[in-house]
Design a protein around this ligand. Sequence first.
Ligand code: GCO
Length: 457
Amino acid sequence: MTSYSFPANFQWGAATASYQIEGASQEDGRKPSVWDTFSATEGKVLNGDTGAIACDHYHRYRDDVKLMAELGIKHYRFSLAWPRIVPEGRGSVNAEGLGFYSRLVDELLAHGITPHATLYHWDTPQALEDAYGSWQSREIAQDFADYVSVVVKHLGDRVTHWFTLNEISCFTHLSYSVGGQPAHAPGKRVSRIRDIWQTSHHALLAHGLGCQAIRAASPVPCSVSWVDNFAVPIPLTESEVDIKAAQKAFPNLWTNGGIIVPALTGAYSPALLETLGEDAPNIKPGDLETIAQPLDALGFNIYSGQYVRAADNAQGYELLSIPKSYPRLHMPWLHVTPDALYWGIRHISDTLHRSDLPILITENGCAVQDEVTVSGEVLDCDRIFFMREYLRAAHRAIAEGYPLRGYFAWSFMDNFEWAYGYDRRFGLTYIDYATQRRIPKASFHWYAECIRQNRVV
Ligand code: GCO
């Protein structure tokens, strides 16, 4: 009977993001981000919620870090708000913005918690959207790298784990559309598919220049990485034919062939470029070398995957749709597929042949319909079920020799869930937004026990 024990140096953590928890959206020199603009626009976010206050973490960070220490995490992933540090997106630096993150880092270190900093988690300075359409312009890549240099120069003496960008597809392919209404900021309509692929290409360039900026500015050796939520084809059976089918599907699923594939292999998927034809992004000489920077790790955000089986057709595989009754938690896309965590890791090693790349699960968790009982508890055994199954899949990957080094629960606390606002709760800690009271849920105590015993309990 396996004990589901993890290696002694396994990194147990939790994750958050600036716009989702900080609040203080107009305080100490912070200027608007595209999410301030988007969420203030009628009809864009459920219940008209915005990140203006959120979890008020900007003022409550000391108590929050104390609670993180009670949880027992030794690693905390957070993001820095570009418009707090370089309010216009480029040019002058806001010392008060840097000061907040400097205090946060010192508080984490004082509690024995290693900071893992994501330099960008969707809160693009509105000023850059106004100046040149943010990710629609190639200019943003250098502006991002300049911002990164400022941050690393100021925090690089204490922060040595850096992620450039979080989930490129979500702030490009979900933020720009040819038809319909994008669900993510800036929520712009563009005239061609090519315009959307050009935004993700610019994001890849920003990632590449950002990696170079971190290495140039850091005063000490550091880990340079990025975070992606690449789509995961899960073989319907673990037969050789279905595994091969899943590998064939990998570069063709969602945006994989134009985001994770070029970043980790130095070339866009040929099949994608062929399919896109005239809608392929404009790739300049030298771009791919800039994009495919050496990485010290890969951050992998995983929630759900898609089943694939071998098929006697031109592609050699068939994507299976999810049955109506398939177990799902409190987001339309949140189907319970623990094997997606395992197969995502395998695709990096076996499909992209990057077994050299240590992997961190930088986000995994779920929204459930949390309720506070009369005794003031949140008995989220559904969240414990979900995380226990995904952690068992993580254990399998490690047991089979795959380079999984850590796991960050999404999220340390309930927070602003983008277009769903505060209606969806992903936290191990319940936030009573009316009072800002923090209530550790049953999953908080369960996760603390996993960390204490270094195994899935
Ligand atoms: C993401 C983002 C998080 C979300 C979380 C739940 O992965 O989409 O990084 O900000 O809140 O994933 O959707």
